[in-house]
Design a protein around this ligand. Structure first.
Ligand code: ZN
Length: 242
């Protein structure tokens, strides 16, 4: 059976002498491995399709040991992300997060796919602080996967008036000081402000933002830890800044 899918390359591994296994994330099928045959030979036609971030139309056919990529047309290579050290960390972090998620429905998967492409486009082409994009990606991901970070009211008593805010990593809920659960972490004022502003700013408006210095990094620590708790996965990139 032959099928055509729109997908982005999450990662690739060597397979045999000249082949590569490529992990694709597609709108149609979610994550799946497929083989690129002969891609390491100097004259290979589909060389681009082995690179992480490469986004395009893939033609797949059933092979003896899984799916084989028999055709590829690039939509966007996002190669600027790989070539810019400032963007590479955030881009790789987004791919690592996608790699870690087990989707609960096709609808959720499709929405995360759209979010991923939107995030990478912003990171690649717009004049935005790269960490803002990674923070916004994670905030949007929690919205899509059913555990939004609700900043307007305490998740426990519903009060909207609270100066101090706490996150309970066991549930991913934000509370006021009166409802704070044992083991919760208090969010710094700059982190709360960065979270509120980024939650209400669309991707196309990120380039006009100017948050308090380093608040995007403080927020990323909280968001990454919340991701690890929600999805029960460890993220490698967290080790770099913690
Ligand atoms: Zn409360």
């Amino acid at each position: 059976m032959t099928q055509k899918i729109q997908a982005i390359v999450i990662r690739s591994n060597d397979r045999k002498e000249k082949d590569k296994n490529v992990l694709l994330f597609s709108l149609e099928n979610g994550k799946m491995w497929a083989t690129l045959k002969g891609v390491k030979s100097p004259t290979a036609k589909m060389k681009l399709a082995q690179n992480p971030f490469c986004y395009g139309e893939f033609v797949l056919e059933d092979g003896k040991a899984g799916q084989i990529i028999t055709g590829f047309e690039a939509i966007e290579t996002f190669h600027e992300i790989s070539e810019d050290v400032d963007k590479y960390f955030e881009g790789t972090a987004i791919l690592e997060i996608i790699n870690s998620i087990d989707f609960s429905s096709k609808e959720e998967m499709a929405r995360v796919f759209v979010l991923t492409i939107r995030s990478l486009k912003t990171l690649c082409f717009e004049n935005v602080l790269p960490l803002y994009v990674l923070d916004k990606f994670l905030i949007s991901l929690f919205d899509i996967t059913g555990t939004p970070l609700e900043t307007k009211r305490c998740s426990c008593c519903d009060t909207t008036i609270f100066e101090r805010m706490f996150i309970d990593y066991a549930t991913g809920e934000l509370t006021c000081i009166n409802c704070m659960k044992y083991g919760s972490e208090e969010l710094a004022k700059t982190t709360i402000s960065a979270l509120k502003i980024l939650s209400s700013t669309e991707f196309d408006k990120l380039q006009t933002l100017k948050l308090a210095q380093d608040s995007e990094l403080g927020l990323l620590r909280v968001l990454a830890r919340n991701f690890e708790a929600r999805f029960d996965k460890k993220l490698k990139f967290v080790g770099i800044f913690s």
